[in-house]
Ligand binder design. Structure first.
Ligand code: 5GP
Ligand code: MG
Length: 180
């Protein structure tokens, strides 16, 4: 697994330190809310969410959403499908929407719009990574841990073909892995 990685982009300790900062900010920003609804997008946000939320000493509830926008390869398909039969009830709630990475922006744009349609009072967005590129869909991110170049990354929740999500760091795959 580690042998398939060409370079480590963001090391485990660096992620941890940055999460401390983001968590403090979230704690401060939501301190006055009496309850916070977290909605995390599976599966990419799993690792990030778990590590981040354990640093946030607020009363919160966690829901997860299954959406598909990537279908195996490394290019976005352009369409966002909601895969759950029942979506979380967010009406009147203040929502913190968590995803792994802001790439084209389509996922976060579609999901935040959906949450607002479903009556969320406020939707704030939080991502581990923001790719430095033009977005296909306009979306505002409230909390972003790291900005990265426009390249395909894996680890810390992000997969290639279902694998590498459990790497404790964010890295770039050897090109031979992608082409094989
Ligand atoms: P969007 O293009 O809608 O902003 O991002 C959609 C999804 O594509 C992300 O949630 C993530 O799962 C996936 N994605 C985008 N860029 C990358 C990347 O560099 N690596 C991996 N593994 N997934 C990515
Ligand atoms: Mg994803």
């Amino acid at each position: 697994m580690h042998g398939d990685i060409e370079k480590i982009l963001i090391a485990e300790e660096v992620i941890g330190k940055r999460l401390d900062v983001i968590a403090r900010k979230i704690h401060k920003d939501f301190f006055d809310e009496n309850s916070l609804q977290v909605v995390a997008i599976l599966k990419g946000a799993l690792v990030f969410m778990a590590d981040l939320l354990r640093r946030v000493p607020l009363e919160l509830e966690i829901e997860c959403l299954n959406v598909a926008s990537y279908h195996g390869g490394i290019e976005s398909s352009g369409q966002v499908d909601f895969l759950d039969r029942k979506l979380p009830d967010v009406s009147g709630r203040c929502v913190l929407l968590i995803d792994d990475i802001l790439d084209t922006g389509r996922t976060l744009a579609a999901v935040s719009e959906k949450l607002r349609e479903m009556g969320a009072r406020e939707v704030k967005t939080c991502v581990l990574l923001t790719k430095d590129k033009e977005r296909a869909a306009a979306v505002e991110v409230d909390y972003s841990a790291f900005e990265i170049a426009d390249e395909f990354v894996v680890g810390y929740g992000l997969d290639f073909d279902g694998k590498y999500r459990n790497l404790p760091y964010v890295g770039v795959l050897n090109p031979s892995v992608i082409s094989s």
